[in-house]
Design a protein around this ligand. Structure first.
Ligand SMILES: CC(C)(COP(=O)(O)OP(=O)(O)OC[C@H]1O[C@@H](n2cnc3c(N)ncnc32)[C@H](O)[C@@H]1OP(=O)(O)O)[C@@H](O)C(=O)NCCC(=O)NCCS
Length: 183
């Protein structure tokens, strides 16, 4: 089932082949990928990513969700929120990215909260996990505003373009799961 979610200012829906240019705009921006172990993308890398995302939409059961973030009434994709469901456990890794000209307006938090509500209402998951570079203050703020708690740091965890990255780990036990566990 294709997903389409609405929040006060945003629509979150499935990525289409037409989104490749908008995705490339932010995936090729060195500032956007500064704390990531991928990018800045070549156009070919973005095309391959989009092909992969389109294939994931048809998997059954579906493990990977990359949802486009769009402003209501506008087609342009501003960024994405994502879920990667664990193969064995009822957990999913949560992520988000936004084009640089859209930062600082609360869009990532709004999109993330909407996806979390959807997960709580519709998916049999008990926990979301997330991780980010310890220097990525904006990402940590978004996660904390969504209720994620920091679980600690893995030092020297990942090689980035400017050296090794210390990674902060986060988790969010899901409300429905927590309520069931305590009843
Ligand atoms: C992380 C990201 C998605 C945040 O998007 P956003 O829409 O700007 O986030 P929001 O506006 O919802 O919230 C960001 C918060 O961080 C703050 N912030 C932004 N940049 C900051 C910085 N460099 N230092 C400290 N705080 C910062 C904002 O003021 C805001 O806090 P506030 O609500 O207390 O005012 C965006 O910066 C991004 O796409 N970064 C590149 C990709 C990335 O790092 N993704 C996460 C990977 S784990």
């Amino acid at each position: 089932m294709p997903i389409q979610l609405e929040s006060p200012r945003l629509i979150l829906d499935e990525v289409t082949a037409q989104d490749v240019h908008a995705i490339h705009r932010y995936a090729s921006d060195p500032e956007v990928v500064r704390y990531q172990n991928w990018g800045p993308n070549t156009f070919q890398q973005t095309e391959e990513f989009v092909q992969q995302v389109l294939q994931w939409q048809y998997e059954n059961p579906r493990r990977y969700y990359v949802l486009a973030i769009r402003k209501k009434g506008q087609q342009r994709m501003l960024g994405a929120v994502s879920l990667e469901i664990d193969e064995q456990l009822p957990y999913a890794a949560f992520g988000f990215s936004l084009a640089r000209d859209m930062w600082g307006q609360g869009f990532a938090t709004e999109a993330a909260l909407r996806l979390i509500t959807h997960v709580e209402e519709r998916m049999p998951l008990t926990r979301l996990t997330a991780s980010c570079d310890c220097r990525n203050v904006a990402s940590q703020k978004v996660l904390r505003k969504c209720g994620f708690k920091s679980m600690g740091v893995i030092h020297q965890h990942m090689m980035l373009r400017d050296g090794m990255r210390d990674t902060m780990l986060f988790e969010l036990p899901l409300r429905a799961a927590a309520a069931a566990a305590s009843s």
